[in-house]
Design a protein around this ligand. Sequence first.
Ligand code: BT5
Length: 195
Amino acid sequence: MRSVSSTQDVARRLPIGSVVVADHQTAGRGRLNRRWEAPAGSALLVSFVLQTNPLLSLAAGIAAAEACGAAVRLKWPNDLLLDGRKLGGILVEATPDKAVCGIGINLSWAPAGAARLDQPREWLLARLRAKIDYWSQAPPDAVIDRWRELSDTIGRRVRVELPDRVVEGLAQDIGSGGELIVDGEPFVAGSVTHL
Ligand code: BT5
């Protein structure tokens, strides 16, 4: 599609198995109503309609990192990093009967301080479709193990910002439900900064 409000809004009305790709979004979004910016034609902007799966956000991160190439790492919970800078992001919006998994990856443009991949969109989309098929159905243990391997967060000092407090400590691991464990305490949500 050429221009949509958000590929998430189009995908939400479609059945499981659908894939929506757009050149441009007038209201691309991240988590917590943050904006996702991309000039027309400069990025891969795609939403997959999938079965619900509690580890889908991590599984989609793995799929996107593998599709982009070996240099890409993952920052908990949902950022793709290239050379420590944000290359792309993942937004999972679930209803009881399906999950809409949105992925944005910078190709020919990136905001200041962010990264871009400089690869053709169709090449990346074909690789991503295959990886999403595989990882969205992979066993939970395999998802957690592969996420650990691709992680740039585990082993680092981090700051976790929650609505009511801020925690700093060592990101030790992720748990079996995908939660980030910082100094022994599990976090299921929050914004993480690598220190
Ligand atoms: C994300 O949110 O990283 C998830 C982004 C998902 C975007 C895709 S595009 C296809 C589908 N349709 C949509 O409407 N959304 C999905 P979050 O972790 O909340 O990060 C958002 C923050 O990243 C913003 O507040 C900016 O600081 C930053 N940002 C915005 N655009 C960016 C870009 N192109 N590259 C890097 N960082 C960006």
